[in-house]
Every structure is written in structure tokens, then in C-alpha cells.
Write a protein that binds this ligand. Structure first.
Ligand code: HEM
Length: 413
């Protein structure tokens, strides 16, 4: 590792989340960082990275010093769309970008929408969705498929639609809306592109607002009705807040879970004995999913902003700096996990993988993701027990700084 030390701050110039080799195998360099320089600066992207679980947990529990007020900004709606998008872009309010006290209030509503009861009430429908997708996949005449596009990517989007009591078969539209939302907040779109995104997202806006109006009139056992019902005396969610929470669900709960499902299948097919063990004993489904999320984190880790000059492990970090809590590195922290680089669904030192985050922003969708992941695997084990990777699976991740999303996993049967 070529560490250039400048004013007491270790700089790790080799680490580049967009380098295709590091996207394919991120853990080699992250392990070096975790051992030798657990807090370092990445000059190319201009942020600090924290790699050990104890540091991440401490930071995540101190939102006053480490804020979630994101560096991500949602642009203003272009002039020609102001009447059609009167509340702004649908993701203007984001739970993950809020600090206390606003965060606590929004999270309470989100927890009501994603409560264990609501999730359990939709389990049968999610199972039916997965079953149908497998049946379609198995119709492929050459007995091969990209498991991500035909299965893993569809389940999370359709599961959220089910939770909203919206038509699950509109998958392509939801995909378009999620992609447009991500483009809006992660790139700096040109004025022409912004108009296109506004056109697409206007559709999303009217779709959700219609659902909100329907649920106000006829409440049911769905996520929006539960958000509306969670209102206290003197407090209720504004329409732009409901829009923001629904888009938080879609942005937070689709590519993460899809990547987690694909990674789980890859891990288990690479360790066929563990695939067979879960096949024989389905009480291992939850462990298989949790270990997969730990072993290959679907994200690299959330970002915080230092609200004052601070020191982490003696490294001075100035006010206003961006700090990545690299959960992907913490998942393999050898001071926390035995043989951290080994995929082992039987390990007993794993309760909640660092990949879910820590502190007040810890993932609110973990239960839903587990349900989807476990059902996805259960159905594959039942219907395609002889599933195999084509070659090594040809895994392809989109190189992204925060979320290297799995886009291809070739399987055969
Ligand atoms: C394997 C799948 C998933 C992983 C690895 C994951 C990971 C994470 C992480 C690391 C955070 C913390 C962000 C932070 O500290 O700033 C988070 C927050 C969040 N997640 Fe997930 N997530 C997954 C699935 C889901 C699902 C299925 C949903 C909803 C449908 C969801 C919705 C959210 C939301 C709304 C937040 C913000 C919570 C807050 O700020 O309090 N996630 N997730």
C-alpha cells in the first residue's frame, strides 16, 4: 500500500470504488485499510473513510456531530413542470437525509408502514410473485437465464408494490421511476435531461398521489394506510412527506435487496454444501441471507457530514468533511468476526450484519428484505434445486461509489 501521509491524515490513493477489479473483489484493499489505516482520506472523491465496526457504531450513534444532511441535493423542478409537480420532485423528503428531531418523527411513520404485521400480511403474495417469476424463468428454452433481471431485481420492486396495494405487474414503470430518481440525485443532469426526468417523475408523482387519495377514502392493510393511521393528535404527514417516504422505500429497498438476493445465490452455489444444507433444513434460510449480506455488502456504506472539527482514532477531520461509514469493510472486521473472510452460514458470531448500518438510521426495511430474500431462496430450492452458475456466473456490478448494484448473474438448470 502506498500511503502518503500529509498533515497527519493517511491517504489511500489506490483504493478506488469505481475500479472494475476492486468492484469485483473489494475486500483485498479494504482489509489492508482496516488493519493499517482504519481511518483514511480518499483524495479522488474528497471524503474520509472509516472501516472498523466500533468506529462506525460510535459515529452512527452521534448524529449531532455526524449529520445525515446529505451532500445529495434534489434539484428544483424546471419552470415548465411547476404546475404538474407542485410539491417538487417526489424524493424531496428523504428519511435517510434527515437529522433529529425531524428524523425521529418520519421514522415512526416509516416503521408503521413497514411493521412486522404489515409485512407478514403480504408474505403469501410475495411468495406467489416469486413462484410466478421462477415459472417464467424456467420457460427459457436454453435452460439459462440472467437471474438478476428475471428474478432478483423483480422481487423487491414487486414486493413494495404489493405492500402499497398497487398493481405488481407494473414492474417496468417502477423500474423507470427508480432509475430516474437515482439519476436525479446522483448525477448533475443537464437542463434537457432534467426535463426528461421531470416528465418521468411526474408520472410517479401522480401515481402515488392517487394512491394517497384512495387510501384516505378507503383505508386498508397497506403501507400508505398505515402511515396515515399513525398520525397523532396535532401531527400528520403532509402529502410531500408521504411521497418522500414511498420514494425512500423504493430507493432504499430495491437495488439493495436485489443485489443481496443475487449475491446470496452466488455465495451458496459457490459453497454447494451450504446450498444443500439449506435445502435440507429451511430453518437455515434466515442465516443464509444474513451471512450473505455480511459477506458481500450490497452497498459500500452511508455518508455523514462532520458538523464540527472532530478526531476519529486521532485523525483530525475538519468541520464540513464527508465521511463514509464503510460497512462493506466493517462486515469483514476480524476483531468482530472469526475467519471474517470465510462464507459460513453456520457462524454464531453474527446477529445483525454491519451492512444494515447502526444507530438511529439503521435500516428500517431489514425485516422486509429478509422476508424477500428467504422466500426467493426457498422457492429456488424447491423448484430449481439443481441450479448452477454458468462458468463463474459472469457477475457484473454497475460501478457506483455508494451502491455497486448487481446487474448480471448467469445461471443454468
Ligand atoms: C439487503 C437489503 C438492504 C440493505 C443492505 C440496506 C442497507 C441500509 C443501510 C446501511 C442503511 C443505513 C443508512 C444510514 O446509516 O444512513 C439503510 C437505511 C434505510 N433503508 Fe435499507 N437496506 C436494505 C433493504 C431495505 C428495504 C427492503 C427497504 C424498504 C423497503 C429499505 C429502506 C431503508 C430506509 C428508508 C432507510 C433510511 C432509514 C433511516 O434513515 O432511518 N432498505 N439501509
Amino acid at each position: 500500500m502506498n500511503m502518503a501521509i500529509s498533515s497527519d491524515v493517511p491517504v489511500f490513493a489506490e483504493l478506488d470504488p469505481l475500479d472494475p477489479d476492486q468492484v469485483a473483489d473489494p475486500h483485498f484493499l479494504l482489509a489492508q485499510a482496516r488493519r493499517n489505516h482504519p481511518v483514511f482520506f480518499m483524495p479522488k472523491y474528497g471524503w474520509y473513510v472509516v472501516t472498523r465496526l466500533d468506529d462506525i457504531t460510535r459515529i452512527a450513534n452521534d448524529p449531532e456531530t455526524f449529520s445525515n444532511r446529505m451532500f445529495v441535493t434534489v434539484p428544483e423542478v424546471p419552470a415548465g413542470f411547476r404546475t404538474r409537480l407542485p410539491l417538487g420532485f417526489p424524493m424531496k423528503v428523504q428519511l435517510a437525509a434527515a437529522d433529529p428531531p425531524a428524523h425521529g418523527r418520519l421514522k415512526r411513520y416509516m416503521q408503521a408502514a413497514l411493521s412486522p404485521r404489515i409485512i407478514a400480511a403480504h408474505a403469501d403474495q410475495i411468495r406467489q410473485i416469486a413462484r410466478q417469476l421462477v415459472d417464467e424463468m424456467l420457460r427459457s428454452p436454453d435452460r439459462q437465464a440472467n437471474l438478476v433481471t428475471s428474478y432478483a431485481d423483480r422481487i423487491p420492486m414487486m414486493a413494495i408494490a404489493a405492500l402499497l396495494d398497487a398493481p405488481v405487474e407494473d414492474y417496468d414503470r417502477y423500474r423507470l421511476w427508480v432509475d430516474a430518481s437515482l439519476e436525479l440525485i446522483t448525477t448533475n443532469p443537464s437542463p434537457e435531461r432534467l426535463e426528461c426526468l421531470a416528465e418521468t417523475l411526474q408520472d410517479f408523482d401522480s401515481f402515488i398521489r392517487k394512491l394517497i387519495h384512495d387510501r384516505r377514502e378507503r383505508p386498508g392493510e397497506d403501507a400508505i394506510s398505515k402511515m396515515l393511521a399513525a398520525a397523532d393528535e396535532g401531527d400528520a404527514l403532509g402529502e410531500e412527506e408521504i411521497l418522500g417516504l414511498v420514494s425512500s422505500m423504493l430507493l432504499g429497498g430495491t437495488d439493495t435487496t436485489s443485489t443481496a438476493i443475487g449475491n446470496m445465490v452466488w455465495n451458496l452455489l459457490h459453497h454447494r454444501d451450504q446450498w444443500e444444507a439449506v435445502r435440507a433444513d429451511r430453518s437455515l434460510l434466515a442465516k443464509a441471507f444474513e451471512e450473505s449480506v455480511r459477506f458481500r455488502d450490497p452497498g459500500r456504506g452511508p455518508i455523514r457530514v462532520a458538523t464540527q472539527d472532530v478526531e476519529i482514532r486521532g485523525i483530525p477531520i475538519p468541520k464540513g468533511s464527508l465521511i463514509q461509514l464503510c460497512t462493506m469493510a466493517a462486515d469483514h472486521d476480524e476483531t468482530v468476526f472469526d475467519h471474517a473472510d470465510r462464507f459460513d452460514i453456520f457462524r454464531n458470531d453474527l446477529k445483525i450484519a454491519p451492512a444494515w448500518g447502526r444507530g438511529i438510521h439503521m435500516c428500517v426495511g431489514r425485516l422486509l428484505a429478509h422476508l424477500e430474500g428467504e422466500i426467493a431462496l426457498d422457492i429456488l430450492l424447491d423448484h430449481v434445486p439443481d441450479l448452477e452458475l454458468v462458468g463463474d456466473g459472469g457477475r457484473l456490478y454497475t460501478p457506483q461509489l455508494m451502491m455497486p448494484t448487481l446487474r448480471c448473474l448467469n445461471v443454468s438448470w
